[in-house]
Design a protein around this ligand. Sequence first.
Ligand code: ANZ
Ligand code: ZN
Length: 829
Amino acid sequence: MSWMEAKYDFRAIEPKWQKRWEEAGMYRVTEDSDKPKYYCLEMLPYPSGPLHIGHLRNYSIGDVVARFFTMNGYNVLHPMGFDAFGLPAENAAIKHGGVFPRTWTLNNIDYMRKQMKSLGFSYDWSREVISCLPDYYKWTQWLFLQFYKAGLAYKKKAPVNWCPSCQTVLANEQVINGGHCERCDALVIRKDLEQWFFKITAYADRLLADLEKLPGWPEKVKTMQDNWIGRSEGAAVRFRLEDGREFEVFTTRADTIFGVTFMVVAPEHDIVPSLIKAEHREEVERFIEETRRLTDIQREATNLEKKGVFTGTYATNPLTGEKIPVWLANYVLLGYGTGLVMGVPAHDQRDFEFARKYGLPVRVVIQPPDLPPLDGETMAEAVAAEGTMVNSGRFTGMPSREGIKAVIKYVEEQGLGHAKINYRLRDWLISRQRYWGAPIPIVYCDRCGEVPVPEDQLPVLLPEDVEFLPHGESPLKTSSTFGRTTCPKCGGGATRDFDTMDTFVDSSWYFLRYCDPKNEQAPFDRAKVDYWMPVDQYIGGVEHAILHLLYARFFQMVLSDLGLVSASEPFTNLLTQGMVRLEGAKMSKSKGNVVDPDIIVKKYGADTARLFLLFAAPPERDMDWSDAGVEGAFRFLTRVWRLMAEVQPQLGQGPSVQGESVEAARELRRVLHTTLKRVTGDIRRFSFNTAVAALMELVNAAYQYKDRVPAGEQDGALWREVGENLVRMLSPFVPHLAEELWEALGHTTSVHLEAWPAYDPEALKADEVEVVVQVNGKVRDRIMVPAGADQEALRAAALAAPRIREHTAGRMVANVVVVPGKLVNVVVR
Ligand code: ANZ
Ligand code: ZN
């Protein structure tokens, strides 16, 4: 075999195997009821350009998992695709006039796919999904229609976060750094627009409760979802206005109703116009104008300067009967609770700041036991703590925690309100005023109004006769063919909805399409989805902890309620991988500190790049890119190569016969089986770095054996056992090198189709020898020590033996003489 002389030539090995795997369709899978299934999924990338190192890390982790489970007898689905709609493609079109978003995107996809193939990932490429192609977005639109029919997609006028520079609506979570656009950093403003929403709030309670069914998710991710859903228990309490109308407020502190001294309303609230008294009109309108620009995030900021204006209207405190003024305030959110708040300045810090600013009374109704008596006139901040109810009529003297329940009960009895659970979660705004997304399949007819596009007319295709202008309206509006259509109901003229869907819609069901990617009759076949779903292991960045993962869960629940799938949760286990940094800093194009995967692959090969990424840190932790680390990974693979080459001639040899060689062989075999045990356990726990470390130790032990035992006395059967198992264990990490070595070992089938090796428990036992221990020349004990234990180890073991300690107690050890493998003599005085 010529490979023995050759050096580790990854440049020849890697393309060779990639080609063979592809030709053999190695990673194609279909449903197979004879095997347990395993669905291994990495988050699909947005094709914005070439892969970055973070992608590589994500996919290297996924590939180890997929290959490992395959070797353990599972039928593994391991697909890849592209989240291909989105703003960057459109921005590129605007910037380089003439480049079409589709062309730009598909070019990027071609490049990325080529890169992924050069890395040897075990994807079933026949299942590739590209969300911007009509065969996919047709079904995104179809799903929209199912939501629509189920009453889960609706349109309403809503104040939205508007980026004046991107000319689009942003979701709350796309507004960052206190009110800036996530993409372009421009200051976000509020604007009223007709928007499409998915009614995710209808699932708030289940999305929260079912987190408990996900023991395989990181706690921190579940906590983030929990906070995002934001369940609050409280009460809706009715306040009556002078004119007799009644309005509910939402409060979590019914125990403080006796301390309500004013009411505050969100400036955009529908009831506001009817509240304004003529003499206040001008001032109020000025305030509304000034406040409406604030986003929810700004309104919620604790450091927001509280501002407001009196409407001229009064309401009545339902428990005290007192007349209280109704104000508008900048810290009241329209979309939370009822958009109306009862002001309790003594016990709510926002209300306190507001009351102090406008000279409104502060009335203490809760006295915490550990504080001196509170005084509304002099207190410097609100006291939110629990305590005893005071100044609270019949409830005075009651602990506030009980008070909450008692007041709610009383309020219910009096017909003044009721217990209520409120969620922070808002409905999911899916409208985008952009081109590069799935068009919303709705038309508007003068006669019939809002009409859904019939399913057999899907997809509503994106037109190509559009212009991409820097700061204009949606390019869809520039098309001469898109907007005008006929009404599916009456056949008259109609116009299309010009909005496209948020790309999070596309990525909320792609994992279902992988199960049946070519289906032309339906988004997927239920039996296929039910075979593969749920995803057994999902792997991706923690930046998707909230939105993508929450939306995907929501979709799965809805689809299971609609009878389209069985599983109600999409992802059984979740791994959120850490970041790859360079010198402690996050890699980013703008900082110019990115490592280009192509260069690494060219210089060291895909296997080295993969091994380094898996070895440098546990997967969920951040890791630093290090050139020395990459070099180290490469050296290790070269060492493996050389070992296997040098050992080749010994493979045919019989077992060792002589004493010391037999012992050395037994020791190497012990290390091999210890390694098998460790690596198996480590991969199961996703502790890939320690698995690689164990493999390195095994290679060291093999070299030691090779150096210690003369070539003619080496055990050929052992070499085969070590070689084959080493290659099997390496195969999920470095699939090309492993495959090449497997072939060199004389195999004609792929190592990736091998069963994962089991360890031999017998082999784990270290060989022990009996050693005599003397004290001052008299035999006092016999101890068992590992064969080959060195002087220091023998000395320590002898001194620690209980019977020797008896004989040395209270005396001074003057000397310890060690004859390795035989005897220890302790000299005491
Ligand atoms: C009176 C009160 C007294 C309140 C007190 C709190 C403390 P969470 O826990 O987040 O659900 N609130 C209700 N609707 C609001 C809105 N649209 N904009 C701003 N604030 C609103 O918060 C519930 C509390 O937030 C409610 O309980 C209400 O203030 C306020 F010592 O009512 B509370
Ligand atoms: Zn019509």
